[in-house]
Design a protein. Structure first.
Length: 375
């Protein structure tokens, strides 16, 4: 249990001592398991709570350049029950509600936040601070203002970072248990484009260097009755999707102007479906680019934005970014029909409504295809 912190005078020496103690524990960790609770709230929207809970089994591996560890996460998010494995070579995201497996080779893609193996909501329970052997250096990157706070059962270290290149302002609070000197809670407040996002990460039931941890890390079930979808390497990073070649399922939903529109009603042109949500920063960054696509190919292409949550905030973003292409407000049915997990997800349809491309987060791939199709 972590109570509210009361501010003390800044104590750089004590802060350094605390971070060094945590680092030493991290360096002595050969394996770790813990329960994690992840919650993110968009403070401008009352119903925008995003939650992921899970248990993590992990072995640090300093030679691994992708995650710095091998691990297994078992959890639940808005997509249902899942298992996520990373064995140092491949990643496997197993979704039990719809019996599907997504296989990733992260080494085939650029090692950043948009790496398809990393850009997954299933990874929310993974807490890098618990195994970071250079924790102090990581937290002090970009020269934040640092202060020490105190509560009955924990030390609290505040980090207030300068605005970054994307216009985001971050305040981070690390709670360190006074008895164990383990991180027990992390809070993040991110302000971006006038919207504040509050993230709380709770950590519980930590076991370190327990022999049973290794038994739970590696994939053991073959899941023969599950459908496998695999990212294949290519110059365009194309996803081998079970949707490509199929007729896109029709739907009818209201637009931002309260007009009903169906997919069938816009057949005869190419259609780009953009599934996005207000909690997805990657989605919001892409909105202006989608407007450019619609403007450039308006004679031959219809861009159709699709959201299922937070209608008031969606409308604010559409107005703020002066988006004129069609956006509709859908429901859970379309999520099921198109097997959506993360966002953004793009489907490109030909003039007959056949799916000819499918990309998760990779709008550049779609842009390249459109240049070839509509040149």
């Amino acid at each position: 249990m972590f109570t509210s912190c009361k501010t003390q005078s800044s104590d750089n020496k004590r802060i350094n001592e605390l971070l060094t103690t945590v680092e030493q524990k991290n360096k002595s960790t050969n394996s770790i398991s813990y329960y994690s609770y992840y919650e993110q709230i968009n403070t401008t929207v009352t119903d925008s709570v995003f939650k992921v809970v899970g248990k993590v089994w992990l072995q640090p591996d300093i030679k691994d350049s992708i995650f710095g560890s091998i691990f297994h996460i078992r959890g639940r998010d808005r997509g249902g029950l899942f298992d996520y494995y990373y064995d140092g070579s491949k990643s496997y995201e197993i979704r039990h509600d719809n019996k599907s497996i997504k296989l990733f080779d992260p080494y085939k893609y650029e090692n950043n936040a948009n790496n398809p193996a990393k850009a997954r909501t299933a990874l929310s329970p993974l807490i890098y601070e618990l195994t970071d052997t250079n924790l102090s250096q990581s937290l002090k990157k970009n020269n934040p203002l640092i202060s020490l706070k105190d509560s009955r059962d924990s030390f609290c270290i505040d980090f207030k970072y300068p605005v970054n290149e994307y216009g985001q302002e971050l305040a981070l609070q690390i709670y360190i248990n006074k008895k164990t000197y383990l991180i027990g809670k992390i809070q993040k407040n991110t302000t971006w484009r006038g919207v504040e996002y509050k993230t709380t990460i709770g950590i519980d039931s930590v076991l370190i260097n327990n022999l049973e941890i290794a038994d739970n890390i590696f994939l053991q079930n073959t899941y023969t009755d599950y459908v496998l979808t695999e990212f294949e390497r290519g110059t365009d990073q194309q996803l081998t999707s079970r949707f490509i070649g199929l007729k896109a399922k029709d739907f009818k939903y209201p637009t931002s102007n309260n007009d009903l529109i169906s997919l069938k009603s816009i057949s005869g042109k190419y259609v780009l479906l953009d599934f996005w949500e207000t909690w997805c920063g990657h989605c919001i960054i892409a909105l202006p680019e989608l407007q450019k696509i619609q403007d450039k190919y308006q004679k031959d292409l219809v861009v159709l934005g699709i959201t299922t949550e937070n209608k008031p905030q969606v409308e604010k973003l559409l107005q703020r970014n002066k988006l004129t292409y069609i956006n509709i407000f859908a429901d859970q049915q379309i999520i099921n029909d198109y097997s959506l997990q993360g966002r953004p997800v793009y489907f490109l349809l030909d003039r007959n409504g056949i799916i000819i491309d499918h990309a998760e987060g990779n709008l550049g791939k779609i842009i390249t295809d459109l240049k070839e199709l509509l040149k």
